[in-house]
Design a protein around this ligand. Sequence first.
Ligand code: GZL
Length: 339
Amino acid sequence: MKKILALVMAIMMMVVAAGCGGSDGKSSGSSSAGGEKKITMGFSQIGAESEWRTANTESVKQAAKDAGIELQFSDAQQKQENQIKAIRSFIAQGVDIIAFVPIVETGWDTVLKEAKDAKIPVIVVDRDVKVADDSLYVAKIGTDSVKEGQNVFKWLDEYMKKQNKTPRAGGDQFQVVVLEGTVGSSVAIGRQNGFKDAMAKSEDGKKFNILASQTGEFTRAKGQEVMESFLKSDRDKIDVLFAHNDDMALGAIQAIEAAGLQPGKDITIISIDGVKGIFEAMIKGKANCTVECNPLQGQLLMETAKKVLNGEKVEKLVYVDEGVFPADVAEKTLPERKY
Ligand code: GZL
């Protein structure tokens, strides 16, 4: 009898041990068909301020599905404090990895230290963070905003020469107004610095003057509103609009038409992103060029996440490819555009 009891106890101990799951003590997520534990990613997105952002979100969600990664998605409604709250809740949930688009570049050190202490790797997506300790994130996937700004000036300089343009209000300088992106965001800072840097380095730099520069918050509505104010004070002086994204340029086009001017002709318009809406405007002759900023970063993000969790080495900084699309290629290119 004793022997039978001992045997039953031993079998029960083995059954209990087998049912305890992973050794890391984290809440074991649902396992995929192959039996291995499914990766859970916490993703904090800025919001839905532009066509570009919508494409960025769709790219991340689809790539997570394709990669079999469970995505906990949070929309911060343009507020950094909501992103910090979301990251803290991902830590509390014990996700395997965190990815986020930092709406502004500063203010992340504390919450990223909490993620590091919880041994949860973090991937920065799209925009940059400025932190005292770069080990607080394992990789950054995105675009080179300084290069985008430089590309804007280089194209503009060539275009004004090729078109034999002269300043509308006379004198020897083209008057440029700038619609900036979100204040404090790495991309707005990078694009503005890239533009100014290329202008300062160019022999033609002196031919351009930044007459006014103000944030349009990357939205169409605010871009229209700020352009209205630029036109109110300088309607007959403005030669060029540089908008940090296409959505603000599209809003500004409405303001320029309402002021009785021809966008793309009276005022040369160049912006950044490469969304379908600006291609349609270029085909109508209402905009002159867009510098691409590729939002389709989801697949690269999921591949990088899997490598990180497999303990593989990953590049700290990975840029996605991007081009420059002047109006004369818009009609041919539009059908190929994915966002
Ligand atoms: C750029 C991205 C910017 C886009 C805007 O990398 O962060 O934010 O240019 C978007 O359209 O709102």
